[in-house]
Ligand binder design. Structure first.
Ligand SMILES: C[S@@+](CC[C@H](N)C(=O)[O-])C[C@H]1O[C@@H](n2cnc3c(N)ncnc32)[C@H](O)[C@@H]1O
Length: 496
């Protein structure tokens, strides 16, 4: 694969709104949709493009047609015959696409210096990742995750922080939100504006470093997938990819900014990889980044890519043709982790919530998510709902019935049946559910047993007062405090 060169932006201005509308309609008609993309993506997933390429070619050959032609040109960049692409786009759009440098024709073959990806009923233009330090990233796996979680929120204003091709901002604008796309890279902003036009909507853009961007503005929802890959000294940096020596330094600056751009009641989601190393703890790092910003913090962690795979992918993005340059880069990335003492990468979704009033309690919670898949939007919504309940005043909590969180199992171990002294009591979470296993004291175990769905919190207070021979006020304080902690830390939820 030849070293790609960034395509000129100037051509995009020649595609007016009417042409963009015609292009959308044609791409849809041609079957160039997420479904067609997903079929090809299912082939040898998680492999570098060069290794997958032969099988993807076979797949596209077996399904000749306009969708396969457009996938070959705009996604897999194999090129196609001029006649095939002309048929897929129609003559008028084909000529406009050539004039705008969306396509290049040479000796009857057509290729593109752009990537055009269908995603969620829309299309996004972006750059091939190997085409230089300012290449602009289009929607990928992590974008899909953030997009899914973002749909949990009914946000009137959305900030896409580090927007790349503006995928999340454009999706939010299409849902009717005021969407602002922010990025250090001016090329990203130009592409985000074009992608908004391509999809028949508009986004506002803000330039500059993350620390200064959208200063003084507040949003209902802030979405960010910062660059979070580690950069060895020997490797050339890319604005879209590298987040510092460990990789997570820039992401933590994004967390800091996101915490300061929230409207009351607003939520920020920042997704990145954290490099596990001696003396660095993700909860602490997030706490430092948030600093004095008045927000509740939830960090949801799960294992990310193994270090070897991370090194292979990072090297392959820059050297997609593999060969000696790829070999040197993959070695450099892997050795870099080794030299820094990084033992693993942890994927972290940082959720920040600005309370509506200064009186609401704030929480700092770290939860491990079991299972190989990321937390589902429903699981995220349930956890945030529990945290919202935890912030309510006592009087609002007492009539509620609380039960153990979904997937929570209470496990006890005794030396022999009937032994009054347990060896261990703990709450454990099933794979795929949402919470960190933890040990319980005998008091906590006993209280938990009362949250079986048959009592309101007020009933639990009464029962606890009787059993522990406490006055009503201290019993209420103990039980409500326990329930709040349980709701905020993923152990309990309000019954449906
Ligand atoms: C991984 S890409 C984001 C992709 C996009 N959010 C998506 O999901 O498709 C990270 C983006 O952060 C931008 N970026 C890098 N350093 C930055 C900084 N210091 N301030 C603001 N944006 C920055 C890059 O230009 C890049 O577009």
């Amino acid at each position: 694969m030849p070293e790609a060169v960034l395509a000129p932006l100037s051509g995009l201005d020649t595609l007016d709104d009417a042409t963009c509308a015609a292009l959308r309609a044609r791409l849809q008609e041609a079957g160039f949709t997420s479904g067609a993309l997903d079929d090809a993506e299912a082939i040898a997933p998680m492999m570098p493009a060069a290794l997958r390429a032969p099988l993807v070619r076979v797949h596209l050959k077996r399904r000749p047609g306009t969708a396969s032609t457009l996938l070959a040109v705009f996604v897999h960049r194999f090129g196609a015959t001029a006649s095939g692409v002309r048929e897929a786009l129609g003559d008028a759009l084909y000529r406009k696409a050539l004039a705008a440098s969306l396509l290049d024709e040479c000796d009857g073959r057509v290729s593109s210096r752009w990537i055009l990806l269908p995603f969620g009923g829309r299309w996004y233009l972006s750059d091939p990742l190997e085409s230089g330090e300012d290449a602009v990233m289009g929607p990928g796996m992590t974008t899909v995750m953030l997009h899914g979680w973002s749909e949990v929120f009914d946000a009137a204003s959305v900030l896409d922080l580090g927007c790349g091709a503006g995928s999340l901002a454009v999706a939010a604008a299409s849902r009717g939100a005021r969407a602002v796309a922010a990025d250090l890279n001016e090329r990203a902003l130009a592409i985000a504006r074009f992608n908004a036009r391509l999809n028949g909507t508009t986004v506002e853009t803000r330039g500059g470093d993350v620390a200064e961007t959208a200063m003084g503005e507040e949003f209902d929802l802030v979405l960010a997938q910062p660059p979070y890959f580690a950069q060895p000294e020997s490797e050339r940096g890319s604005t879209y990819l590298h987040g510092g020596r460990y990789g997570d330094e820039l992401a933590l600056r994004f967390v800091s900014t996101a915490a300061r751009r929230l409207a009351p009641g607003g939520t920020a989601l920042v997704l990145f990889d954290f490099a596990q190393r001696e003396g660095a703890n993700v909860g602490e790092k997030v706490r430092e980044a948030v600093g004095d910003a008045a927000v509740t913090t939830l960090a949801i962690t799960r294992p990310s890519m193994p270090l070897d795979l991370n090194a292979v992918h990072t090297a392959a993005w820059h050297h997609p043709a593999l060969g000696p340059e790829f070999e040197a880069a993959a070695t450099a990335y892997r050795e870099h982790f080794h030299a820094l003492g990084v033992s693993a990468l942890t994927s972290v979704l940082v959720v920040l919530r600005r309370p509506r009033s200064a009186e609401e309690p704030r929480w700092r919670v770290v939860l491990a998510h079991g299972g190989s898949k990321p937390p589902s939007p429903e699981a995220l919504r349930d956890q945030l709902r529990s945290m919202d309940f935890a912030a309510r005043p006592d009087a609002a909590l007492l009539p509620l019935t609380l039960v153990p969180a979904r997937g929570a199992r209470f496990e006890g171990e005794w030396r022999h049946p009937g032994d009054p002294d347990p060896l261990q009591l703990k709450v454990a979470f099933e794979p795929g559910s949402f919470g960190s296993d933890r040990e319980l004291g005998a008091g906590g175990w006993h209280l938990f047993a009362l949250f079986d769905g048959s009592r309101t919190l007020a009933d639990v207070v009464r029962e606890h007062a009787e059993e522990a021979e406490l006055d009503a006020a201290p019993a209420a304080k103990e039980v409500i405090g326990f329930a709040r902690e349980g709701l905020a830390r993923g152990l309990m939820r309000v019954a449906d």
